[in-house]
Design a protein around this ligand. Sequence first.
Ligand SMILES: Nc1ncnc2c1ncn2[C@@H]1O[C@H](COP(=O)(O)OP(=O)(O)OP(=O)(O)O)[C@@H](O)[C@H]1O
Ligand code: SF4
Ligand SMILES: [Mg+2]
Length: 334
Amino acid sequence: MTQEKTSVLQVRDLRIQYGTPAGAVRAVDGIDFELYSGETLGLVGESGCGKSTAVMGILQLVSPPGQIVGGEVLLSGQNLLDLSERDVRRLRWQKLSLIPQGAMNSLNPTMKVCDQIKDVIIEHTGERNRGKLRERALELLSMVGLPARTYNMFPHELSGGMKQRVCIAIAIALNPTVIIADESTSALDVIVQRVVAQTLLDVKERLGVSMIMIGHDMGLMSQMVDRIVVMYAGKIVEIASVDELFAHPKHPYTQLMIDAVPSLKEHKPLKIIEGITHDPRHPPPGCIFHLRCPFVMDRCIREAPAMQSTSDMQRVACHLYDKETQEEARQSNV
Ligand SMILES: Nc1ncnc2c1ncn2[C@@H]1O[C@H](COP(=O)(O)OP(=O)(O)OP(=O)(O)O)[C@@H](O)[C@H]1O
Ligand code: SF4
Ligand SMILES: [Mg+2]
């Protein structure tokens, strides 16, 4: 999948802050990653690490007190952060489509499913032909595995899994090239989670699009995505293919997260990792993880580690993989 390595979306040094009376929260603090054509990229990390803020930043949907303070989001080479609000609005849905966190609860309870789907198509394409709108809405429902009768139903008549699929149908209504699904399955029970996640992947394959999938459940992620981006406190600490990440997790935080998954067949949310979490308005100097890291060294407290490649499919931000550290370890073993 990632061997072709055609990048469709590149995020460069994206920084987003929330202003608060007690100081700015650096919710996204200089993240860099790329999404390749046709791949599913997982974005994981504990609650509050900045996953939703990052994708809202990509779509320029950050609202006050949040503010994008720097970086680039390149879609087919064009920096979305340079575009006018009007141009970005046009790109949303048509190129980049978001299924936001809690999307199923944001369906309009007073509108039938068909009207909610048609509204998006009308707003973004101007299509008014009733027959064509009906045909397209029915096609979309079928693509997400919903029966035609769903067309005339109201959200309260649907189960959680069905509502989430309606949200997927709305998100793909304009044939986007990138779909971003923010915790699309986490409010559902385990079996429905799997079915909805599979629906997302089926749709992705059928449309030949690329997808960013945000989630807490490492077990489910490991079976759904091609590569994983691990975030901690607004920063990316590791990026790797699923195989590399589970076979050889490099960052101590990734290792702890994977240890917290009892079995890849048993899905459960991340276990809380021991240690002191810092105040997000006052991140510590050096490595962002040093207050909780079991391997902390003097250098970690002074210097922030740079992202470095440990193989073709793996990058990590940790001093354990610096040449100096490796050399010291080698010397002490001699
Ligand atoms: N409106 C806001 N005002 C101030 N701080 C905010 C606001 N929204 C988010 N934050 C802070 O930004 C940081 C990142 O939040 P974000 O919602 O992006 O995390 P997340 O990884 O999506 O978490 P979750 O897994 O719970 O959805 C957190 O420290 C959060 O408290
Ligand atoms: S840089 Fe140091 S503190 Fe940070 S994760 Fe690596 S070993 Fe731990
Ligand atoms: Mg979130």
